[in-house]
Design a protein. Structure first.
Length: 310
């Protein structure tokens, strides 16, 4: 009896072979599908039943987040009223591995009458859905990874990858950039980095400030209580100055027990790295990365207004 690892490897290889089989047969109808989606003034609606519907939801989500207005429509709900959301200018992608899914086929008369461009994604190029689509994307695979040839496995993987291929090709056609992606993902880390300003992320309340003649113990207390790992230093000039945890360690290594005789002005770093409050977070993080530091002084009209921590 084969081990679980051997079974897993066989499943993975079977699905890889299925994708290779699909890739070698990819042809001009893929370009036709891309052109239809790119040139439409409407949305791209994706429909599928069962496992195909689950994959269809993922494809619709990928489209929508990468610049192609899209949503998923359940074929049952479509047949009972949701077709009212379909505009003539919309592109309609219908997914069915067999190409004979009754719930999907029932929609074809309406879609033809409505003037929609239909893209059929099936594993049977002679199926009803395939021959009644303006464009057919073939996801046929030699066999399912399921040993009984019953559970959709290789075929659903092929459908998912075909959706990813469409997504990436559309991104390239639209010259979709990271900042575009960030606009649709403001809650993600990329969105925060590219859309948020320094002023949105900086610490600005009760900023720690030590006087220039503060002693070593006072400096340690000021830094510890700030929870920022640093303190600003109020010098008798217009120069910016800070003392960080690192500055304290270096002073202790250099002075030993005599470090307690030092004042804030003796330890402070003059003119530390600073950034405008109007800069975006990505610029700030890149600056900190380049300089090998973890904090920036935030300025606005030459006044210190905050501290940004990485």
């Amino acid at each position: 009896m084969a081990s679980s690892i051997d079974i897993a490897k066989e499943v993975i290889q079977t699905e890889i072979d299925g994708l290779d089989y699909m890739a070698k047969r990819l042809g001009s109808e893929f370009e036709m599908a891309i052109n239809a989606i790119i040139n439409t003034k409407g949305r791209t609606i994706i429909c599928g039943m069962g496992k195909s519907g689950i994959i269809g939801k993922k494809i619709a989500a990928s489209f929508a987040s990468t610049g192609t207005p899209s949503f998923f429509m359940h074929p049952g709900e479509a047949f009972h009223g949701d077709l009212g959301m379909v505009k003539p200018e919309d592109v309609f992608i219908a997914i069915s591995n067999s190409g004979e899914t009754d719930e999907v086929l029932k929609l074809l008369p309406f879609l033809r009458d409505n003037g929609n461009f239909i893209i059929g994604i099936t594993g049977k190029e002679k199926s009803t859905l395939a021959v009644n689509s303006h464009c057919h994307l073939d996801i046929a695979v030699p066999k399912e990874a399921c040993p009984l040839q019953l559970a959709p496995t290789s075929s659903t993987t092929a459908t998912l990858v075909m959706g990813d291929a469409l997504t990436v090709a559309l991104m390239e056609e639209r010259n979709f950039k990271p900042e575009n992606f960030a606009r649709f993902h403001p809650g993600g880390s990329l969105g925060r980095r590219l859309l948020s300003k320094v002023r949105d992320e900086m610490f600005s309340d009760n900023l720690p400030i030590a006087e220039s003649d503060a002693d070593f113990t006072s400096i340690i207390h000021k830094i510890s209580s700030s929870h920022l790992g640093l303190t600003l230093v109020n010098l008798d000039s217009s120069e910016l100055a800070i003392i960080t945890d690192g500055d304290l360690r270096r002073a202790m290594e250099l002075k030993g027990k005599d470090v307690f005789d030092l004042k804030a002005k003796d330890i402070a770093s003059i003119n530390p790295a600073s950034i405008s409050s109007d800069s975006n977070i990505q610029t700030a993080y890149e600056m900190m990365e380049t300089k090998g530091i973890t904090s920036l002084i935030v300025v606005e009209n030459n006044d210190i207004v905050g501290i940004l921590k990485k």
